[in-house]
Write a new protein. Structure first.
Length: 186
């Protein structure tokens, strides 16, 4: 099988996806595409729209991923706008918004949109429930990893990177891999 294209400008996402998919026998290659990012309140819509645009340009099987941190106490913010929010206010800004809030529950959502050769798009979602830490903990990972504590754990993704093997992205990638494996058998 020819390497599958992962369209992303984020080298951290690519490295994580490459590691997780390689363990499942799928080789990926990174490509970047300059499109204005679609805006929507959910990650699946953003991923689906972007995959459609990329399919028209590359005309080969590919996938894109959009992820977001959803915090119920903040009305779901930053949600599908997570990358922008992280760039503008960072982890510290989110922690400041959470000051004095008792409900620290949160979830990471990953939406992967796979486009086949014909441009037909299929999506795969992964969710990791958890909470927002009281302070940044750890230096590994990227994005909101230093402030997200997965459910049932006491460490953030940044403090204990091994936890990401069962992250929102890992779960969505596992669904993509399962789909691709079934498709290859046919």
């Amino acid at each position: 099988m020819k390497p599958l294209l992962f369209i992303t400008g984020n080298p951290h996402k690519f490295a994580e996806a490459r590691r997780l998919l390689k363990a499942r026998g799928i080789i990926i290659r990174r490509a970047d595409a300059e499109f204005a990012e679609a805006r929507a309140d959910d990650c699946e819509t953003v991923a689906r729209l972007y995959a459609g645009l990329c399919a028209k340009r590359f005309k080969r099987p590919l996938f894109v991923e959009d992820a977001g941190l959803f915090i119920p106490a903040l009305g779901g913010f930053p949600g599908a706008y997570s990358a922008f929010v992280h760039q503008k206010v960072g982890n510290d800004g989110v922690l400041r918004l959470m000051r004095g809030i008792g409900d620290r529950s949160a979830k990471f959502v990953s939406a992967i949109a796979y486009a086949d050769k014909a441009g037909k798009v299929r999506t795969f979602a992964g969710i990791a429930h958890g909470k927002i830490a009281q302070a940044e903990l750890g230096h590994a990972g990227f994005g909101f990893d230093p402030i997200f504590v997965p459910k049932g754990k006491n460490e953030t993704y940044a403090k204990k990177p091994g936890l990401k093997s069962d992250s929102h992205r890992a779960r969505a990638l596992a669904k993509l891999a399962s789909y691709l494996k079934k498709k290859m058998v046919r």
